[in-house]
Design a protein around this ligand. Sequence first.
Ligand SMILES: [Zn+2]
Length: 295
Amino acid sequence: MKNKKIIYIIIVLILGLTVFGVTKIFTKDNNEEKTENKPSTTSSTTVTTTTTTSATTTTTTTTTQKKTTTKTTTKSTTTTKTTTTTKKVEEKTEKEDNGSLAGTSSKGYEITYKNGKYYVDGYLIVNKTYKLPSDYNPGSLDSKTKSAANEMFADFKAATGTKMWAQSGFRSYDTQKSIYERYVRRDGQKGADRYSARPGHSEHQSGLAFDVCVTGYSCISSGFNDTAPAKWLDANAYKYGFILRYPKGKENETGYKHESWHFRYVGEELAKKLYNDGDWITMEDYFGITSKYAD
Ligand SMILES: [Zn+2]
């Protein structure tokens, strides 16, 4: 008699739970149909809600719900490549806009990769290690670079009465290719690599660098080193956001011989730090990155 009573209670319980479970499943199916056409962020929120619900209901329901949850999760994975909450989906999207993390420099700066270009701490980096894509072609000098250069040239003219200009600014991948190949024919690859960049590795392709010439002075050659205008540039370029990209005695860091005529725009803040009261710090040293060809 006692056993019968217990069996009866169990049957009622099972029936009750089954009805509850079935109702839940139907409710869930409806929810799922509704969320299917919604953007992935919404379906991600549904996943979180479902998990909480299934945890509080019975074992039978949980098993069924788990199956449904997995289904929903897979859906959001294909569209957004994340699995959990809405917040995470948003964070991921923002990260992708800033490029992907390519590594960390030896001095702890983030190296990011975006649209085929490398940035260290947000600064575009072009040297022997980091190259630009062959189809990257801004077509001319970057507008900020151009206006800062014009300001510098005007101030130089006012101070000395002599004309200074950017003789070589933006250079395309193809132009660099023919220049480099010509130098290789003349000096061999090892020799050319000391002063000319291989295609894709030239800062001129970035539109952020240029070579200056000054009336009456040797142009884009070592004959310009230590001249009065070279000294003026060395002491003043940082005020306009430029750095002397290849300082004297830093060939092992930059990968290039000293060039007193080549300047790179980085903005006034970083330029002042790298100027270092006249004792130039290279981008390579400051950020802790290399400048070496892989082969
Ligand atoms: Zn140059």
